[in-house]
Write a protein that binds this ligand. Sequence first.
Ligand code: UDP
Length: 480
Amino acid sequence: MEADPNPTVVLHACLGVGHLIPMVELAKLLRRGGLAVVIAVPTPPASTADFFSSSASAVDRMAAANPSISFHHLPPPEYPEPDPDAFLQMLDTMRLTVPPLLAFLRSLPSVAALVLDLFCVDALDAATATGIPAYFYYTSPAGDLAAFLHLPHYFSTTRGSFKDMGKAPLRFPGVPPIPASDMPHTVLDRADRTCATRLGHYGRIPEARGVLINTYEWLEARAVTALRQGACVPDRPTPPVYCIGPLIVKEEEAAKGERHACLSWLDAQPERSVVFLCFGSLGAVSEEQLKEIARGLESSGHRFIWVVRSPPQNPAKFYLPRPEPNMRKLLPEGFMERTRDRGMLVTSWAPQVEVLRHAATGAFVTHCGWNSVLEAASAGVPMLCWPQYAEQRLNKVLVVDGMQLGVVMDGYDEELVKAEEVERKVRLVMELEEGKKLRVRLTMAKEMAAEALADSGSSSLAFAEFLKDLNIGNTSKDQA
Ligand code: UDP
C-alpha cells in the first residue's frame, strides 16, 4: 500500500511525569521526522482523582511548555467502583480508556501508527479493531523489557514466588543475575491479582509490530542482543526493537525561563565537587530518613544540592501531592547553619537535567527512575543508587552490575539507609579509586550517548528504520 502523505502518529500516554517526559520527547522527534503527532492522554474518572491528582496537572504544564505538540484529552471512562489497590486502579483506568481511544482513532482521517506507553497494553485491542499498526514505546531499560518479556515463560515453567526466595539470583536472558527481592513488587507474589494482570500484559507485548526503547545500544548491548535473538520469549517471535534514546529533555530547552538559583550556586563551586540528591518526581522518604541523609552529608564534608520533599503522610499513598517541606522541622537542629557554605537545599523541584550537566556536579544520589539514569549517563555523572518503588530495584541491578555506572546505597531494602552509609558511599565516589574508575566509565557512557544520537549514530539509524517501517504499515482505519 502507498504511504499516506500526511499520516498522523497517535501516542497513547499514561499519566505520570516519568512517562510523559519521554513521550513528549518522542513526539518532538516524530515532528522533526515530518509526521503529525497527537498525544492522547487519559482523563481519570472522578472516582480515581486521588491517584492521578499530581500527574493530571503535569499534562497541563507539559502542554503549555510544548505548544507545537498536540494533546488530546480522552473522555473519562465510567469506573463506578475503583479497585482499592492504587496500581490496579491505574491499570483499570487505562483499560477502560480503550473505547474512548478507539472512538478517537476512528475520528481521525489517517493514522500511521499507534504508539503505546508500557502501561497501555490493553490499547492493542483498539489497534486491532482499526487495523492501525501498534508499537510500544518502552520508557524503562531494555534490560527490564528483557526480564519482563521472559516472565510469562518463567512462571509457566517454575513454582513458588519471588517473595519467598530472598536474594536468590534469577537468571534471565540478557541481564545480570537479579536478586529475587529486587524484582518489582507487582510480580513478587504469584498468587496476587496484580501479578496475574502484569503477566497478562507482558504476554501481549509481542503482539505489537515493534518496540521503541528509550535507551542506546552501547548502554544495554547484552539485553538488546537477547531481545533481537528472541531469547527472552522462547515460544513466539519477538517484535523488532528500536533503541532510539537517550530521549531526554535537551539542556537548552530545560534552560528556558528563569534560571534556578541552584544553578548560580553551582557556578561558584569547583569542578565535580557537588553531590546532587534527587529522588524523582515523587521522591518520598520518611522524616527519619531525611535526618539520616542530612547527618551523612554533613559528616562526608562534601558540597551538595539536595531536593527535599515533605515525607508522605501515608507511605502507601506516596503519590499524593504534598505541602512544601518545613526544613527546620525536618532536618537535624543546626544542620542548615552548619552546612550553609557548602550545601544548597531545594524544595520540591530542581532543574535536574541542567544540574547534572553542570561542570560542578560530581555525583548523583538517585532513586534509579529510568529518565534519571539516562540523564546521568548522558551527562557523565556517576550514580549512587537508592531505589525506592516501581521497577527501580531492577534498574539498580542493571546500572550497577550491568552498565557499571554506579554503586549501591546499602540498606535501600531495609527500613533506613544509615547516615554512615551515606557518608561512606559519598566519599567512595568523590574521593577513592573506585570513584575515579566510575568516572572513566561514565565519560564513555556520555560520549556513546552523544554518538548514538549523532546523524549516523545507532539511535538515529534505528529511528530511521522505524519511520521506514511506518511507511510499510497499513494506514487504513477499518481494515477489520
Ligand atoms: N525531575 C526534575 N526535577 C526534580 C525531580 C525530577 O527535573 O526535582 C525530572 C527528572 O529530570 C526526570 C523526571 O523528572 O526527567 C523523573 O523521571 P524518572 O524516570 O527519573 O523518575 P519518576 O519520577 O518516574 O520516578
